[in-house]
Write a protein that binds this ligand. Structure first.
Ligand SMILES: NC(=O)c1ccc[n+]([C@@H]2O[C@H](COP(=O)([O-])OP(=O)(O)OC[C@H]3O[C@@H](n4cnc5c(N)ncnc54)[C@H](O)[C@@H]3O)[C@@H](O)[C@H]2O)c1
Length: 338
């Protein structure tokens, strides 16, 4: 069965391609290499023994998207990762974000409608919840006003899919709200490759550990949390990738209860910034150079998932510990920069 993975050479996409191929799916990847490297294909092949079909194209070119679906008319499912994801950049360049994250989504849904339906998985984010009133966060928690154009693209993206599904019963979709994906494949053949200064905590930690960055800044230690630093739900990217296969199978096997569903993907456990640093120090045997600085605007205090819906309905559960995820991130960093 042929599955399209957009953004399939990126961080989460590449790990998902591996899990799809391990389950016997035929995968075709679209990527424009704007935030990834062609070498990722070698990494995927080294792990699975199989190279996915690769189409290098920019999904913002509508005619190319149309031609792709003509050429690959046997695609039965789409996992849509491709997007721009830097929150700060989205404030500077909102139209780039709306075009790349929403324009492209519309083009793909139009093709699925033309096809007469397909299964569709969307990369959403826990950012839609903002600072939720209750922990852990369930899927019913209200969506709060977005703090950035990036966050808004996830909220509006979900609405575009929901409205499309309402009037197109042959399109079946699941939005997966990721908490904080970290780590790398345990083989260290694929992992996260941030361009420039990392926006996320874990690559910043591993780059500091390997000597590429001098010091990590911890933004605030006076939050109302046990150690004063912010709390997030860090999920190993391989666990996250496996959840995509479960979600896709649910749709392909017509097991879905509604043709638009939403699931949280996290571990259910919150970890503070200091706990993540200590985990890194444990698995690497290195002391991390960090300093506490002022709070950063826009940071929520804590966010961790209630994962019972994904556990019970998808039959999926995150298995890796924080230390296992940090160890894989560290092994990958050492391989890339070492
Ligand atoms: N990483 C996270 O922390 C996180 C958290 C929540 C949600 N998400 C979402 O998950 C998805 C995947 O995230 P990721 O971390 O793997 O990002 P990533 O940047 O590593 O992967 C995205 C891939 O899409 C490609 N791409 C971007 N625009 C494209 C276009 N116009 N045409 C073709 N290819 C294009 C990039 O080259 C890249 O390979 C994104 O939608 C992101 O918003 C990520």
């Amino acid at each position: 069965m042929k599955i399209l993975v957009t953004g399939g050479l990126g961080f989460i996409g590449s790990h998902t391609v591996v899990e799809l191929q391990n389950e016997g799916f035929e995968v075709v990847v679209i990527d424009n290499l704007s935030n990834s490297s062609i070498d990722v294909l070698d990494g995927i092949e080294a792990i699975t023994g199989k190279r996915p079909i690769f189409e290098e194209l920019d999904l913002r070119e509508k005619s190319k998207v149309q031609n792709f679906f003509k050429k690959h008319s046997d695609v039965q499912g789409v996992i849509h990762f491709s997007a721009s994801k830097a929150v700060g950049e989205s404030v500077e360049k909102p139209l780039l974000y709306y075009e790349n994250n929403l324009g492209v989504l519309v083009y793909i849904l139009q093709e699925l409608k033309k096809k007469g339906g397909a299964s569709f998985i969307f990369s959403s984010s826990c950012t839609v919840y903002g600072q939720a009133d209750k922990m852990p966060i369930t899927e019913d928690a209200p969506v709060k006003p977005a703090e950035s154009p990036y966050g808004n693209t996830k909220q509006v993206g979900e609405e575009i899919i929901r409205d499309t599904c309402k009037v197109n019963p042959d399109i079946k979709a699941i939005a997966l709200r990721y908490f904080n994906p970290i780590g790398a494949h345990p083989s260290a053949n694929i992992g996260e490759l941030p361009l420039g200064v990392p926006q996320n905590l874990v690559p910043y930690i591993t780059q500091t550990g390997v000597g590429l960055r001098e010091q990590l800044s911890v933004f605030g230690d006076d939050y109302p949390t046990p150690d004063g630093t912010c709390i997030r739900d860090y999920i190993h990217v391989v666990d996250l990738a496996k959840a995509h296969v479960k979600a896709l199978q649910r749709l392909l096997n017509d097991k879905n209860e509604d043709n638009y569903e939403v699931f949280n993907l996290g571990t259910g456990t919150g970890s503070s910034v200091l706990e993540v640093i200590h985990s890194f120090e444990r698995v690497s045997g290195k002391k991390l150079n960090y300093k506490i600085v002022d709070r950063r605007s826009g940071d929520v205090i804590q966010a961790y998932a209630d994962t019972s819906k994904a556990n019970e309905v998808l039959g999926w559960k995150a298995e890796s510990t924080l230390d296992e995820a940090m160890k894989s991130a560290w092994e990958w960093e050492k391989k890339v920069r070492g």
